[in-house]
Design a protein around this ligand. Structure first.
Ligand SMILES: *Cc1c(COP(=O)(O)O)cnc(C)c1O
Length: 357
C-alpha cells in the first residue's frame, strides 16, 4: 500500500445544480498531487484541497508545452456505487504519452491508488442523474524554472475532478463534420499518438474555421497525402460499410482511444467483422455513392459514441443514413452506457467499484 496523506478542505463546497452542469465548469473539493525531481523520482503523493497553485513564470511548461493529460470518468450506478471504467488502460496510456514527451513514467499502482482515494474523498460530487458523470482529468506539467529548451528535471502530477452533465441532454443527435483538407493535426514521427496539449493547440485553427461553416468537428486526414482518414481530434472514427466496421489502423499519428478499443472488442464479441486498416476519404465517398455506407460514428470517453449525420469535403456534402442515428451506433452506445451505469452485466471486467455512497 502507498502512503497518501489527506488534507481536507475546511469548508466543503456547495454542489452545483445537477441540471446545469455542462462540461468542465465545476471542480470538486480536493485534488491528488504528486511531485517529481531528478534523483528523487516521483514522491509525496497526497490529497489536498482543490485550489490555485504556484508556478514560476519561467516554468518550462508555459514556454515549450511539456505536458500530458488523460480523460476518464466515474459514474454513480443505480445501486449507489461509484464505478470507473477501464482505468488501468487510461493510466497505461498516460505512461505511453509520458514516454513520447520525455516525462518520467509514473508508478501506475500509485496513481491508481491516489485516484481511488480521491474518488472516495469526493464521492458526494459524483452526480446521480442518468447520463451525468464525474470527469477525471489527470495531467503532468514540467515545472523547472528555466527558459532553455530541454526536458525538465521537475514535474507535478495532478488529478482534478469535474462533475459533468449528460452529453446527450437533448437526445442522441448525429453531428456534422468537416473533412479538413488544408491543415493537418499530426504527422508520422510526430506526437499525434500522445495525449498532449500541443496536439490540441495545433487543431484550433481548423476547428474555428469548421465552426464558422456550421460544423461541430473536424475530421483529420493524414499529414502527408491528405488522403487517408485519421481521426476527429477528440474522437476516433468508424465507418460501417456493407456490414463491415472499418476504422483507421493506429499508425503513430492517431490517438489510440480506449473507447475505440472497447468498440473493436465488442464487435469481436458480437460477431461483427471489424477491420483496422488505411481508409481513404475517396473510398468513404465512393461507398456512399454505391449506397454501401451504412453508418459513421466517432468514439471517445466524453460522448462514448457520437453518430455522424453529415460529412463535408471540398464542398461535397454527404448525408449518412438520412442524418439519423444508425442502429449499430445506438446499440454500441446503449451497451457501453449500460455497463457504466450498472444496467448491463460486466462480463469483461471493465468496471471497477471504487466507493459506495
Ligand atoms: C482522448 C482522445 C481520443 C479518444 O480517446 P478515448 O480514450 O476513447 O477517450 C481521440 N483522439 C484524441 C486526439 C484524443 O485526445
Amino acid at each position: 500500500m502507498v502512503d497518501i496523506a489527506v488534507t481536507k478542505v475546511k469548508t466543503p463546497g456547495t454542489l452545483p445544480d445537477p441540471d446545469k452542469l455542462g462540461f468542465g465548469h465545476y471542480f470538486t473539493d480536493h485534488m491528488f498531487v504528486m511531485d517529481y525531481e531528478t534523483g528523487k523520482g516521483w514522491h509525496s503523493p497526497r490529497i489536498v484541497p482543490y485550489e490555485q497553485f504556484e508556478l514560476y513564470p519561467s516554468a518550462m511548461v508555459l514556454h515549450y508545452g511539456q505536458a500530458i493529460f488523460e480523460g476518464m470518468k466515474a459514474f454513480r450506478t443505480d445501486a449507489g456505487e461509484i464505478v470507473v471504467f477501464r482505468t488501468l488502460e487510461y493510466l497505461n496510456r498516460f505512461n505511453r504519452s509520458a514516454e513520447i514527451l520525455c516525462i518520467p513514467k509514473t508508478d501506475v499502482a500509485v496513481v491508481h491508488e491516489g485516484l481511488k482515494k480521491l474518488l472516495e474523498t469526493d464521492k458526494r460530487w459524483v452526480p446521480a442523474k442518468h447520463g451525468t458523470s464525474l470527469y477525471i482529468r489527470p495531467f503532468i506539467v514540467a515545472t523547472d524554472p528555466y527558459v532553455g529548451v530541454k526536458s525538465s528535471d521537475k514535474y507535478t502530477l495532478f488529478i482534478i475532478l469535474s462533475p459533468s452533465g449528460a452529453y446527450y441532454a437533448a437526445g442522441f443527435n448525429p453531428v456534422g463534420i468537416r473533412v479538413e483538407d488544408k491543415y493537418v493535426r499530426a504527422v508520422p514521427g510526430g506526437i499525434g499518438e500522445a495525449k498532449t496539449p500541443g496536439n490540441y493547440a495545433a487543431s484550433l485553427r481548423a476547428q474555428v474555421e469548421a465552426k464558422k461553416e456550421g460544423y461541430a468537428q473536424v475530421l483529420w486526414l493524414d499529414g502527408i497525402e491528405r488522403k487517408y482518414v485519421e481521426e476527429v481530434g477528440t474522437m476516433n472514427i468508424f465507418f460501417k460499410i456493407k456490414g463491415e466496421v472499418v476504422t483507421p489502423a493506429l499508425n503513430g499519428s492517431i490517438l489510440g482511444g480506449i473507447t475505440r478499443k472497447t468498440v473493436l472488442e465488442l464487435c469481436q464479441d458480437w460477431g461483427v467483422k471489424a477491420t483496422e486498416r488505411q481508409i481513404s476519404i475517396d473510398e468513404v465517398f465512393a461507398a456512399h455513392e454505391k449506397g454501401e455506407l451504412e453508418e459513421v460514428f466517432g468514439s471517445g470517453t466524453a460522448a462514448v459514441i457520437s453518430p455522424v449525420g453529415e460529412l463535408s469535403w471540398k464542398g461535397r456534402k454527404l448525408v449518412i443514413g438520412d442524418g439519423k442515428t444508425g442502429p449499430f451506433s445506438q446499440k454500441l452506445f446503449d451497451y457501453v452506457a449500460g455497463l457504466q451505469y450498472g444496467k448491463v452485466a460486466d462480463k469483461h471486467g471493465w468496471v471497477e467499484k471504487v466507493a459506495k455512497v
